[in-house]
Write a protein that binds this ligand. Structure first.
Ligand code: SF4
Ligand code: FES
Length: 354
């Protein structure tokens, strides 16, 4: 009997960059391996949550060549988080006008019901929908109807649900399913009536429920101990750890400080906004670390958290900043730039200058 030899890696080209990936890798994961702008945004997929993805369509890409064996393009844009790569596949993300157009449409849909309350929302500054709106959205909306609204709901002692902001990504239900013993909340009803709610108003008070706040891409689930206490960009994030007794808790967290006060404790996030992994173990934290350890003395501080230069949170934190090269002297043949008008000379306000 002849033996079928399976390929150990597949070649995939995304936005003209070719890499080898393991068979079974999704287009989104392959793009994340390349990194940067080539990576499609993802509002519902979360690599640490099994079954997530396929709900929001923000990760749509164009497959311009199916595979080496069957080079026909795929007839429609596909969700990159749910489509596996094939050997020889060619994918377009930022190089496709169709994708850019479709993504702007998806943002418009996501914002049909989502309020534009960023100035008072606790998630502002770390909201994936806010970032998506800036990078892929349009200036205006064509929607003329009333947005649907809900009363705020306390779900458990630590979490507040603001259903009006929910984009139905399902991430929080996966956290409840996969990290806690019993899931007591879910998405009720369908279509325009769909909403996150607890089953007969049961409170969510299990050990790992706080992780739902971390996975929520918008401000629908917020930390009641931090709500309205501070804007996230005024706080200083530091990496810290403690010897947590809970075996499921990784004990590594980010403390959000103002002076010596710990305003908030969250899991540490990676460049995709997901919890980090440590030696193959996922970095979820328990509610004791998150809500009860609010003193710096409870933690061993490791140092400042690395925050992306593009994030508003990095404003005011200058660690590791690379200064751009000064070009003005170069283009002026080594001469110092000369001011057209020196305000000190003209106004005489700063006399010590003379
Ligand atoms: S509450 Fe947040 S995490 Fe849960 S479905 Fe809505 S947007 Fe997603
Ligand atoms: S991230 Fe792929 S559909 Fe939401």
């Amino acid at each position: 009997m002849s033996e079928i030899k399976l390929k150990s890696t597949f070649k995939v080209t995304i936005d003209n960059i070719t890499i080898d990936v393991a068979p079974g890798t999704s287009i989104l994961t392959a793009a994340r391996q390349i990194g940067g702008d080539v990576t499609p945004p993802a509002m519902c997929y979360y690599s640490k949550l099994e079954g997530s993805g396929g709900k929001c369509r923000t990760c749509l890409v164009e497959v311009s060549k199916g595979s080496e064996k069957d080079p026909r393009p795929m007839p429609k844009l596909v969700a990159s988080c749910r489509t596996g790569v094939m050997d020889g596949m060619e994918v377009k993300n930022i190089t496709s006008d169709k994708v850019k157009d479709a993504r702007a449409g998806v943002v418009e849909f996501l914002l049909l019901n989502h309020p534009l309350d960023c100035p008072i929302c606790d998630q502002a500054g770390e909201c994936h929908l806010q970032d998506l709106g800036y990078s892929h959205g349009k200036e205006g909306t064509r929607y003329e109807f009333k947005r649907r609204t809900f009363e705020k709901e306390d779900i458990g002692p630590y979490i507040q649900l603001h259903m009006t902001r929910c984009i139905l990504c399902y991430r929080c239900t996966y956290v409840a399913d996969q990290l806690t013993d019993t899931r007591v909340h879910g998405i009720l009803d369908r279509g325009d009536h769909a909403e996150i709610s607890t089953y007969i108003s049961k409170a969510i008070d299990n050990d790992f429920s706080g992780n739902m706040i971390d996975v929520c891409p918008v401000g629908a689930l917020t930390d009641k101990t931090f709500r309205f206490k501070n804007r996230v960009w005024f706080t200083k994030p530091v990496d810290a750890n403690r010897n947590c007794e809970n075996p499921k808790c990784c004990g590594k967290a980010t403390l959000w400080l103002r002076g010596a006060d710990v305003y908030r404790v969250t899991a540490r996030k990676d460049e995709w906004g997901e919890v980090q992994s440590y030696d193959g173990k996922q970095g979820w934290i328990c509610n004791i670390c998150r809500f009860d350890k609010k003193k710096t003395s409870d933690w061993v501080i490791e140092g400042p958290t690395t925050i992306s230069r593009h994030s508003v949170i990095s404003q005011g934190h200058y660690e590791g900043m690379v200064m751009p090269t000064e070009t003005i002297q170069k283009v002026m043949g080594g001469r110092e730039p000369k001011l057209l008008m020196d305000i000190h000379d003209e106004s005489g306000v700063n006399l010590s200058k003379k």
